[in-house]
Design a protein around this ligand. Structure first.
Ligand code: CUA
Length: 176
């Protein structure tokens, strides 16, 4: 019987209208949270601006492998001693691979994924970009030394993850 009384007292307290000081504290907390939200948005916009258009930056994982620009596996000359290439990650390989690049030139890699998260890393360099389906990331690197470099995947992406290795071959600078 005492159990039933305790329960009904609890229920009564639960349904009681909040006291004035409780209302005041809830109001103050909500006000502080709102100010925090407004302040955060203010500084984000201040730092990054308002992004209203991301076309061209986004990719469609379903078609990215068969449409431009990621279907084109060629190294493209973008300026004096500068090149770019679109690097596509998919389970479980890199395209294009092997990739030939000239020594001493600035190579910009645009990286995305056709399926799940992969990690585009070239050991011995500062190249390390996450390949995110739907989004293009980029990194620019100049290979100072000729030779063969491995591309490894540094995000676990399934059963073939550890064998997801590509090659970048840096051809020696021609001196004439
Ligand atoms: Cu691709 Cu791990």
């Amino acid at each position: 019987m005492s159990n039933t009384t305790a329960q009904s007292e609890f229920e009564a307290a639960f349904h009681k209208v909040a006291e004035r000081h409780e209302c005041v504290w809830v109001f103050i907390s909500m006000l502080l949270l709102s100010l925090l939200l407004i302040g955060t948005l203010f500084f984000v916009v201040l730092d990054y601006g308002v992004v209203v258009k991301t076309d061209g930056y986004n990719t469609n994982p379903a078609t990215v492998g068969t449409t431009a620009p990621f279907a084109d596996t060629a190294l493209v000359r973008t300026g004096p001693n500068a090149y770019s290439v679109h690097m596509l990650a998919h389970c479980w390989a890199w395209t294009p691979s092997p990739l030939h690049v000239p020594q001493g030139a600035a190579i910009t890699f645009y990286v995305t994924s056709a399926d799940v998260l992969h990690g585009f890393q070239v050991p011995g360099t500062t190249i390390n970009v996450t390949a995110v389906p739907g989004i293009t990331g980029s990194v620019t690197y100049t290979f100072a030394h000729a030779g063969t470099y491995n591309i490894i995947c540094n995000e676990y992406c399934g059963i073939g993850h550890q064998s997801m290795i590509g090659r970048i071959i840096v051809d020696p600078e021609r001196r004439t």
